[in-house]
Design a protein around this ligand. Sequence first.
Ligand code: ADP
Ligand code: TMP
Ligand code: ASP
Length: 254
Amino acid sequence: MSRRRQIYEGKAKVLFAGPEPGTLVQHFKDETTAFNNRKRGTITGKGVLNNRISEYLMLKLSDIGIPTHLVRRLNMREQLVRELEMIPLAVVVRNVAAGSLSARLGIPEGTQLPRSIIEYHFKKEGLDDPLVCEEHITAFGWASTRDLDEIVQISLRVNDFLTGLFLGLNIRLIDFKLEFGRLYTDDEMRIVIADEISPDSCRLWDAQTNEKLDKDRFREDLGRVEEGYQEVARRLGILPEGGPGDLPAPTTMQ
Ligand code: ADP
Ligand code: TMP
Ligand code: ASP
């Protein structure tokens, strides 16, 4: 790891220069933060599980034609991705009220929303990722109206697909966050899903008991935080008997 050029260290991941131009290595850490760094901790094994869960979900999205940055998982904590020109937005899709929506609008946690809602948060260190609207995004040039049309279309497809996938595992997809970037190839520009899709970036509740299986266990001090991540991996069929130390070999994406 020491011979590679570190490009960036964030709250949950480190980015290194990849082996070829236009690629990056995403290294998943066990360190975690919530409420934009106001709460910090370590969730043992989280990096290994998120690497594997995000790989699994992005490969599934790729199977149905949704473009993602993933090239392939490299090892337990790392994956090779395409380097993108990032759009500085956290795009949140909500099906059920929770988290900041409940806090901001006083809608009790667990209330089914009349329809899926998409929100944009401006990713900016020190500003607590504030909620922004389309006018801010286009006026300040973070994304064009065309980019946003594409982002909404992809986000809703991902929501439909992941809602079904998780429901098949007895899990309710309450909400989730996506990040997007631009991939330039010859004359073409494509909007591509970046970052990760994992229990750090999704709210996942057991469909029968509403038990939380995601980062809210850390945010809300619910205890047995690691077990939430392990349970999601187990239901996805990617947590072998031996635990996170014993994961299958990497798979390659076209
Ligand atoms: P944060 O920056 O919010 O603390 P992380 O610790 O997860 O988050 O760091 C990962 C960083 O890498 C994020 O800032 C994310 O926007 C960025 N990123 C994710 N995928 C790509 C990609 N394919 N190309 C360039 N940057 C990416
Ligand atoms: P929120 O209720 O805190 O706004 O979060 C909504 C969902 O999006 C939740 O699953 C957590 C995820 N999320 C992130 O992972 N990172 C972010 O920066 C934001 C704003 C949300
Ligand atoms: N991703 C943000 C943080 O790490 C917000 C959160 O997850 O609560 O602080």
